[in-house]
Write a protein that binds this ligand. Sequence first.
Ligand code: PML
Length: 267
Amino acid sequence: MTASKDSLPMDDRLLFSIRMHAASGTVHLCGAERIVQGDGLREAAGNMVDRAMKHGPGALSSIRIQIDPIAPDTLRRIPLLPIHTGRSPGLEEAAREACRLLADAGVSGEAARSALDAVGQGAAPDGGNMRGAMIVHAATGERLEPDRARGIRVTRIDVAREVRKQFKDYLRKLGISHPRVLEAVLIASKVAAIPGLVAEFCRSDDPDYTTGYVASSRSGYVRLQHVKRQGDPLGGRVFFVASRDAVSGIIEALETIPYLVSEIPHV
Ligand code: PML
């Protein structure tokens, strides 16, 4: 949609999804996404343009910003998962702790180990990282995502304006107010709120970032240090599902249904 000042809706409480995609030719450079009220669109769009321009105007061939109104009856309001720190002084302990947390959430040992191995060996067909997440059957370990290179992307998740400051304060008090963690906790909170999706495992594809997490509605968001070796570029997310039949509905929820975190745990 195009939005001029005159065409903005009078009711600024209406929510909009705003998404940015910056590219250099066919190469994706960066993206961003927010869910904001009408009167926050200009600021959100400006911040997204600033973010894209950090790549240098010469590097960009396009910045696309798409704004879609959100039908109020499609929006789901959810709580933020509580954040905990797991015990993982080394690689082996981290793998063991990840499998223990996944087992608590209903993931079989075989499914957990094969999924963690797949991420650690490069889960895409070319042996590199997938662009999105794997979907794995929690009992059998079978991979269920329709496209093993693209995977599943979690979109349409944000934190409500009225609790945004409380969210940032929560992360600051825990000493983890990095945008990377902010984004990961929001994603994990959406994933944990989707029926039939029992748990998530994540390790970063940043070679220098070795903290990952296991998340579920049962355990909350549990950070684990040493989920991979320093310098290892392989990473990704795994979503464990209870049944094969639920997969298409889960993908639709992950990729298209808007979720807004509206409640923050107390420290
Ligand atoms: C954490 O520090 O809580 C884990 C964040 C994982 C982020 C994954 C990523 O950004 O690649």
